[in-house]
Each structure stands twice: as structure tokens, then as C-alpha cells.
Write a protein that binds this ligand. Structure first.
Ligand code: GLV
Length: 396
């Protein structure tokens, strides 16, 4: 059990601390999947089952973790994923996470449904960040968001393709998730046990969806916003819409939510620069295959035209290396950094990145490689019992 900051040695320690410090509805929003959560669990369980090969007799004294992701220099191949409501894990959470990422030298991706706005984050950082977008019915609003991202010097647009309808998350419904929380007896009782969170929140003006509220007519408060979001996601989304976004945005375009080789083949023809192999952290299609089990086949189908990134279940540097070995150029972490943010604010995000970097560095050494670019399938134990390959064969 993580009792003090001094004892934190793993992402699991950060998770436990976040669980104690963050109001239940916001902690649960992060730590949940859709319906039975079977895909959510499979993401990390399938990663953990992949065995790495221990190698010896190789000079591993000089090691390099730096590389490039979507053309950007990074100190390790890990970006902070776009996640909703980071500013409810800790006051001004998106600004703090973006600053931690900038200091660390890795990309930060801001969600459309963030608390801090594009302009808030841009005003507090100097490294260009990525901006995530959904396909919405209100194309004029999408165009305004894209223009705001351009004005804020965002270097990449991340278009999410797997959330046109929402997978049901039981906990959010049971908790009556809203931003800010409604003053019900249950919520007030829970908030009373989170004095640090309440104090921090009282010190900021950023407590609602600032990319949206004030930018869309008729959306002044949270209840009308929730209604607007439910009605806004465009279920007619087609590959032609993806090409429309491509035409509007002349910087890097990343398509997120590709889990099937057939979709990867099509995505590669859209002019996008990268795809993220993802099942939305198990928050959407419960029953879908784990992200890692699909990675090799999706990467092969994507070919050389697009860069392949990965998310889903990464909780350690060992997991990062597993994903690289199976074909990813880099990974996105969501919950791992949100646990850090909820536990300790900016210092917690830095702690998360530090933990992952040290684990990746030492794991590379113990596998006998000295550069992240050398991560290949040969790093993995050939006869491990639960490699993803058998399931992948059906999709190849
Ligand atoms: C938003 O993208 C979510 O998964 O809640």
C-alpha cells in the first residue's frame, strides 16, 4: 500500500494513491471499462502474459531511449493520450500534465472533452501539443476547433474513430457523473473525504468543458452540454469524412481507434500520418480483442505508409517494450498518467513518466538491447504459452 510519496515505486502505487485522493466519480471514470470490463482487463492481462527474452553477454553500458514519434523528437517513445476530464483528477490537470510532458520531452494530447481549453494549455506550455477531435454533426464547430488547434500551434490532430456511440460504463451511470459534481448528499459525503482535491478545485476557475462551453450556442451549463454531446457525435462517420478532416488540416494527422487489419488498410489510404491501434482502453466495445493481441496484424496491414502507434493496458516500461517488439513505433498512456495526476498533480505525472522510463531502460538492458529502435519480435520468448500470435492468425 502506497502510504507516502517516498514509497512510490510503480504505477500501481500511483493508482492506489489516486483512488484515495480523487472523488469517487472521477476516479471511477478513469478506472472503468464498458459493460463487463472484459476488454478493459484483457488489455493489460494479455500484455502481462507476453514473455521477454533474457539475454546476457552483450555490452549494454550505453543505452538510448530517444526516438521520434510522428516526426517529433521524444526522449522515450511514450505520449500522454487524450483523456476526458483530466482536469477533474486534479485542478487544472491538463495544464499540469502538458507541462510535465514538456519537461520530460514527450508529446501531450489534449482531449476535446478536457476541462482546460486548447488556449489554456497553449498559454502554459511552449512545446506544441496534439489535439484530439471527434467527428461531430456540427461541422462548423469542428472547423472552429481545428482552427483553434492551428492557432495554438498544435503539431498534430488525433481523430478518434471508435466513439460515435458510447459503450456503457456502469460506474458512471451509478455515480451520476457530471462536471462539476452535483451537490447531492452522496457526492458531498464523498467530497468531504477529499479535502486536498476540494481545496485545489476552489483555487481554479476551470471546472467545466472549456473547449465547448462558451464556444457553442446553447451550451451554458453541464446538463445542456451532456445533452449536446449525446446528440453531437456523428454516427454517419465514413472514411470520406476522414479525408475531409485531412484536407482541413495540413499538419500531422493521427487516426485513433484502429483495431482491425481491414480498417488499417483503408486508414493507410486516407493520407493520415499515423494510426493508433486501440480499443479505447476497453471503454467502448466490450468483447473486442485486446489491443496488444491485434497489434501485429494491424501493423502488418498498415504497411509502410502510416506510422503505427499503440495504446491499451500499458502500465510499465516492460509493456512499452512489448508493444514496440510487436510493431509499434511508440505508445500512448492514459490511465497510467491519470493515476499519477490524481495522486500528486504535476509531480505525479512526472513520477509516472520517470517510473516508465526507468523500467524501459532496465528492461532493454536485461533483454540485451541498447536502443529502442532495436526492439523487434525477436525480443520475445518464442515458446511463451500465451503469445498473441495464435489469435492473430485468423486476422492476417
Ligand atoms: C472519452 O473519450 C471517454 O472514453 O470517456
Amino acid at each position: 500500500m502506497a502510504s507516502t510519496r517516498g514509497t512510490i515505486t510503480s504505477i500501481e502505487d500511483l493508482r492506489q494513491l489516486a483512488q484515495r485522493r480523487v472523488p469517487r466519480m472521477f476516479y471511477d471514470y478513469v478506472d472503468c471499462g464498458a459493460w463487463t470490463e472484459s476488454t478493459y482487463r484483457a488489455n493489460s492481462e494479455d500484455l502481462a502474459r507476453i514473455r521477454l527474452r533474457q539475454r546476457v553477454g552483450i555490452d549494454i553500458s550505453q543505452r538510448n531511449l530517444s526516438t521520434r514519434m510522428v516526426g517529433e523528437a521524444v526522449t522515450m517513445p511514450v505520449a500522454l493520450a487524450p483523456t476526458g476530464l483530466a482536469g477533474m483528477q486534479w485542478a487544472d490537470g491538463e495544464i499540469l500534465a502538458a507541462r510535465a510532458a514538456e519537461r520530460f520531452g514527450v508529446p501531450f494530447a489534449l482531449s476535446t472533452v478536457s476541462v482546460c481549453s486548447i488556449e489554456d494549455v497553449a498559454a502554459h506550455t511552449s512545446r506544441p501539443f496534439w489535439f484530439q477531435l471527434y467527428m461531430m454533426k456540427d461541422r462548423a464547430f469542428m472547423q472552429r476547433l481545428i482552427a483553434r488547434a492551428r492557432d495554438a500551434n498544435c503539431s498534430a490532430l488525433v481523430l478518434t474513430l471508435d466513439l460515435q456511440v458510447q459503450g456503457q460504463r456502469h460506474k458512471d451511470i451509478k455515480n451520476g457523473l457530471s462536471t462539476p459534481p452535483k451537490p447531492t448528499l452522496r457526492n458531498l459525503a464523498n467530497l468531504a473525504t477529499k479535502p486536498r482535491w476540494c481545496l485545489n478545485m476552489l483555487g481554479t476557475k476551470r471546472r467545466t468543458f472549456r473547449n465547448i462551453v462558451g464556444h457553442v450556442e446553447g451550451v451554458e451549463d453541464v446538463s445542456s452540454l451532456a445533452h449536446w454531446v449525446a446528440g453531437q457525435f456523428d454516427q454517419t462517420l465514413s472514411w470520406e469524412d476522414v479525408r475531409w478532416v485531412r484536407r482541413l488540416w495540413d499538419r500531422k494527422l493521427i487516426l485513433k481507434g484502429i483495431l482491425d487489419p481491414e480498417d488499417a488498410r483503408i486508414a493507410a489510404t486516407t493520407g493520415a500520418d499515423a494510426i493508433v491501434v486501440s480499443n479505447h482502453g476497453g471503454r467502448q466495445l466490450d468483447g473486442a480483442a485486446s489491443s496488444i493481441s491485434m497489434l501485429p496484424a494491424v501493423a502488418e496491414a498498415a504497411g509502410e505508409q502510416v506510422e503505427v502507434l499503440f495504446d491499451g493496458g500499458i502500465r510499465s516500461g516492460q509493456d512499452v517494450l512489448r508493444a514496440l517488439a510487436l510493431g509499434a513505433k511508440g505508445v500512448l498512456i492514459g490511465r497510467a498518467f491519470l493515476y499519477g495526476l490524481g495522486a500528486m498533480g504535476e509531480a505525479g505525472v512526472t513520477a509516472c513518466l520517470d517510473i516508465i522510463r526507468k523500467e524501459l531502460d532496465v528492461t532493454m538492458a536485461l533483454c540485451g538491447i541498447t536502443d529502442v529502435a532495436e526492439a523487434r519480435r525477436a525480443l520475445l520468448e518464442a515458446r511463451a504459452p500465451a503469445q498473441p500470435e495464435p489469435r492473430l492468425a485468423r486476422h492476417a
